[in-house]
Design a binder for this molecule. Structure first.
Ligand code: ACO
Ligand code: ZN
Length: 289
């Protein structure tokens, strides 16, 4: 006889189980249809990002999964925080699985399968069980536009604690070792934009405060590793950018109006809350050739 019991259509991931966390996705990700089961839960290994249909399979996998840290090279360590560099060509499956995972929290970027041209920088926090995934950013091995970040993500369970800012600072450290100015790939998400704005503002104000004399946009650019455009937008945000009258024989020029007291006040505000900062001496890394 025909079964007329109403069926719940299993077409959506409601929750993921990831390490000790249950997380609800913000957006849909193209996981294979057969992995989306009736209960709407997807089980993901927190170390290798392998996705599974059931808790039993996950438990069995966790016994076998020998890695309790990301693949690749640990290029930075400070206290319990580490950053691993993972190559999209040598660890293709890991990177593809990571991108699928990230898609659940990123609406506007669509990189899942073509991971070879990218390097992935994975931020983890260590405890006696292993290096737990906190967030990451991806970066093109070779960027014609000097993009130093393609996608950046902090796990929802770790957001608003300064890790995003830490990853952004780290991305600029890599660019400075490479000797280039960097900027994130556009478009930025809303959260990406507010995070970058805050980072840029602090970085520019710190640079101006270090120089302690009149300075130019190009100078700030080379001190911060930020592109001219990003310096200009940060200065605009701080209301420190002025335009000189256009002269007959040339275009109008930008100049910076420094209000030392205002800068010191803003910097104090940044330092009210303890911040995670990158220690350049802890980086052990050579640029990709
Ligand atoms: N509401 C208001 N302000 C916020 C929020 C929020 N939800 N999130 C970040 N900010 C601002 C705050 O000013 C914050 O500083 P504060 O907490 O001292 O006020 C600042 O940004 C930095 O916050 P962090 O804690 O350092 O950043 P977080 O670890 O939360 O990561 C990130 C920021 C990566 C953008 C995170 O929100 C995320 O993963 N979002 C989903 C994915 C995404 O949108 N990524 C960026 C896409 S653009 C690109 O990839 C180039
Ligand atoms: Zn695993």
């Amino acid at each position: 006889a025909a079964n007329h019991t109403p069926q719940i259509t299993p077409n959506r991931i409601r929750t993921i189980l990831f390490g000790k966390y249950e997380i609800d996705p913000w957006y849909s990700a193209p996981y294979p249809e057969e992995y989306i089961t009736h209960n709407g839960i997807l089980y993901i290994c927190e170390y290798c990002f392998k996705y599974m249909k059931s808790y039993v399979v996950l438990v069995r996998h966790m016994v076998k999964c020998k890695c309790n840290h990301p693949p690749g090279d640990e290029i930075y360590r400070h206290d319990s925080l580490s950053i691993f560099e993972v190559n999209g060509s040598t660890n293709k499956i890991y990177c593809q699985n990571l991108c699928l995972f990230a898609k659940m929290f990123l609406d506007h970027k669509t990189l899942y399968y073509d991971v070879e041209p990218f390097l992935f920088y994975i931020l983890t926090e260590w405890d006696n069980e292993g290096c737990h995934f906190v967030g990451y950013f991806s970066k093109e091995k070779c960027s014609a536009s000097n993009f130093n970040v393609s996608c950046i993500l902090t796990m929802p369970t770790y957001q608003r604690k300064g890790y995003g800012n830490f990853l952004i600072e780290f991305s600029y450290l890599l660019s400075s070792v490479e000797g280039v100015l960097g900027t994130p790939e556009k478009p930025l998400s809303d959260l990406g934009l507010i995070s970058y704005r805050k980072f840029w503002k602090q970085r520019v104000l710190e640079a101006i405060s270090d120089v302690r004399e009149p300075t130019t946009i190009t100078q700030i650019s080379s001190l911060t590793g930020m592109t001219n455009d990003d310096v200009v937008s940060a200065l605009e945000n701080c209301n420190m950018l002025r335009v000189s009258e256009a002269s007959v024989d040339g275009p109008p020029e930008f100049y910076i109006e420094i209000d030392t007291e205002e800068i010191e006040n803003s910097l104090k505000k940044f330092n009210l809350k303890p911040q995670l900062r990158v220690n350049p001496e802890n980086l052990c890394w050579n640029p990709h050739k």
